[in-house]
Write a protein that binds this ligand. Structure first.
Ligand SMILES: [Zn+2]
Length: 610
């Protein structure tokens, strides 16, 4: 990689503090000098990922994911390195040199498709925005916005647009500028004509809501009809490599920070409710895209907050949501609550409520007083059985608990299980033993799933990867990069030990760096491995393993390093002992080696950390 490339990489990384960047995606908790969070790269129930500000790296001790800020962004958003650097540069306001500004041959075909589709969406967004501003074609949409009471600020923040009342507005615009139509067909913005004619616009005479991902890239559009006689009421973009409906939340790019700040996400019913809530200052509001909330949605949210409040217009919608939410939330470590407007106002939806005097306060109250999902379900059950006797009510409650078991509670992890069972006991007056028994009964009705193995707490993990002497040495050196200087004959020794092992690429990168720039810190090594197409995670693993065991104590690590080199030297002299003259001598020699180093000569006696 040429020097201008490295320059960009360092400048952007210097401007992208890893704690801030990861913190924008996942809620971080401080623990000592580090931060911990739920790992987004495996199905994490306990915080298994640590973020180390001092080293600017992250590492998951459960699935092994690890890297620098670029690796996090790449893996979290499934970007290429080029996209990651452009995203981080944009975020930090760093201007890139030419070679990183555009897509390169390093970006694979899959990601080229993705960035082509996102660029196509950006183009379409500009078109829809220009139509909304258009004196003639935007009139009807502007009137709808006015009628809905959507403010100028919200129109800008949500980048609202409009599609003209004709079937070829977008296509003609694209063709006149010489754009290929294929990406727009793939996105469902243009539809193939069945009479073999030119493709036509999917969004016709609609108010257009761009749908963005968590970091604000336009991935799809939702179009609401302007004329009531048009069907259907809403048209969304097709699912595509950039748009997965079941994991996308409308408004998340704008709500992200507020959700983290408040620890609560409000889920409204649709686009206009989300916009109305944001306009009223309830900025932690998002919506699913015409589907029930899925486990994928919940997984995104549980990284950001501890509570999800479903905001529904009426009891009926609320009940349906409560039923579905139960399936998703019973086993996840996130609390679900239900807020319905019915008890607070005559307004039929948040949108209407917020147009009334003091409407925002009423809405805030409804959200603050939202009922816990389980309590909501039991309350509904009781009101349905209001006229039934006590025995009948108890029977129904028992059945409800079996249903919860069937819905997944029976296979929840231990912590969640205990929490929910205790809560159900409080709500119902039945003992926890009885509740547990009923839930387990229900669980037996559910199709048998493999039991969920509880993940060990991070503190309980005795983390022990390939603790060979050479690995220990490389780990210490990654943690104390200046140690390479003055290594002299030890370097040759280390080289022969690393050769033909999986440590080789890391050793080689470190040696090259030591002789070149003189920097063998873990980030420089990661950069180098990435530029040569080698796996960087081993470097992170080696550094973290050593640093954690020695509690980042450099004094201790320096001592370990000395002991390790002594051991290596001893080992080398034994191996170099004069060749055995007879089979008997040879056997003696092997025995002696095994006595000293165990059956595998590469894995030496465990080095005491003290
Ligand atoms: Zn993980």
């Amino acid at each position: 990689m040429d020097s201008s490339g490295i320059d960009d990489i360092q400048r952007v990384r210097d401007a992208s503090d890893i704690v801030r960047v990861i913190g924008e995606h996942i809620e971080l908790k401080a623990r000592g000098k580090e931060y911990v969070c739920l790992c987004p790269f495996h199905d994490d129930k306990k915080p298994s990922m640590t973020v180390v500000p001092q080293k600017q790296i992250y590492k998951c001790f459960s699935c092994g994911a690890g890297g620098d800020v670029y690796e996090f962004v790449k893996n979290y958003h499934q970007m290429t390195f080029g996209e990651a650097i452009r995203y981080l540069a944009d975020r930090a306001g760093v201007k890139l040199q030419e070679r990183h500004r555009k897509r390169t041959s390093n970006d694979n075909a899959d990601s080229v498709t993705k960035s082509v589709l996102i660029e196509a969406n950006e183009l379409a967004e500009r078109f829809f925005k220009s139509i909304l501003r258009h004196a003639e074609h935007g009139t009807a949409a502007r009137e709808l916005i006015e009628k809905r009471g959507i403010s100028k600020e919200m129109v800008d923040a949500f980048h609202l647009g409009a599609s003209p009342d004709r079937g070829d507005g977008l296509r003609q615009c694209l063709e006149s500028k010489g754009h290929k139509l294929d990406p727009f067909m793939q996105l469902g913005l243009l539809k193939a004509s069945d009479r073999g004619q030119a493709p036509y616009d999917a969004q016709r005479n609609r108010l257009v809501f761009p749908i963005r991902d968590q970091i604000g890239r336009v991935i799809a559009f939702g179009g609401r009809r302007i004329n009531d006689e048009d069907e259907p009421k809403y048209i969304n973009s097709s699912e595509s490599p950039v748009f997965d409906k079941s994991s996308t939340l409308f408004g998340l790019d704008l709500a992200n920070r507020a959700i983290q700040r408040e620890g609560v996400a409000v889920i409204a019913e649709g686009y206009t409710d989300v916009i109305a809530c944001h306009q009223a200052g309830i900025t932690n509001t998002v919506a699913t895209l015409g589907t029930a909330l899925t486990t994928k949605h919940a997984t995104v949210l549980q990284r950001l907050c501890h509570t999800v409040v479903f905001l529904f217009d009426g009891d009926e919608a609320g009940q349906k949501a409560a039923d579905r939410a139960a399936e998703v939330f019973l086993t996840l470590p996130i609390d679900a609550k239900i807020a319905t407007l019915a008890g607070y106002t005559d307004a039929k939806d948040p949108d209407e409520l917020l147009k009334q005097e003091g409407g925002a306060d009423v809405l805030r109250q409804a959200i603050a007083e939202a009922t816990e999902l389980l309590e909501y379900r039991l309350g509904r059950l009781r009101s349905r059985l209001a006229t039934a006797g006590a025995a009948e009510t108890e029977r129904a409650i028992r059945e409800e608990f079996r249903t919860l078991g069937q819905l997944g509670l029976a296979s929840a992890d231990k912590v969640r299980w205990q929490f929910v069972v205790r809560r159900l006991s409080e709500l119902s007056g039945l003992t926890t033993d009885t509740v547990a028994e009923l839930v387990r009964e229900g669980g037996k009705r559910a199709p048998r799933l493999a039991p969920v193995e509880a993940e060990p707490k991070i503190d309980e993990i005795e983390y022990r990867p390939h603790r060979s002497v050479t690995a220990e040495i490389l780990g210490c050196m990654l943690s104390m990069p200046e140690r390479w200087i003055g290594m002299d004959e030890n370097e040759a020794l280390l080289e022969s030990e690393c050769r033909e092992t999986r440590l080789w690429p890391v050793f080689e990168a470190m040696r090259e760096l030591a002789h070149g720039t003189g920097r063998t810190d873990v980030l420089s090594v990661v950069d180098r491995l990435r530029s040569t197409g080698e796996n960087h995670t081993l470097a992170i693993e080696l550094e973290r393993d050593v640093s954690r065991r020695h509690d980042e104590n450099t004094q201790q690590m320096a001592e370990t390093l000395n002991v390790c080199f002594q051991t290596l030297r001893q080992h080398a002299s034994t191996v170099e002992a004069k060749p055995a003259s007879s089979t008997a001598d040879r056997l003696e020699q092997i025995k002696a080696q095994k006595g000293a180093f165990g059956p595998n000569t590469r894995i030496l006696p465990r080095v005491k950390p003290h």
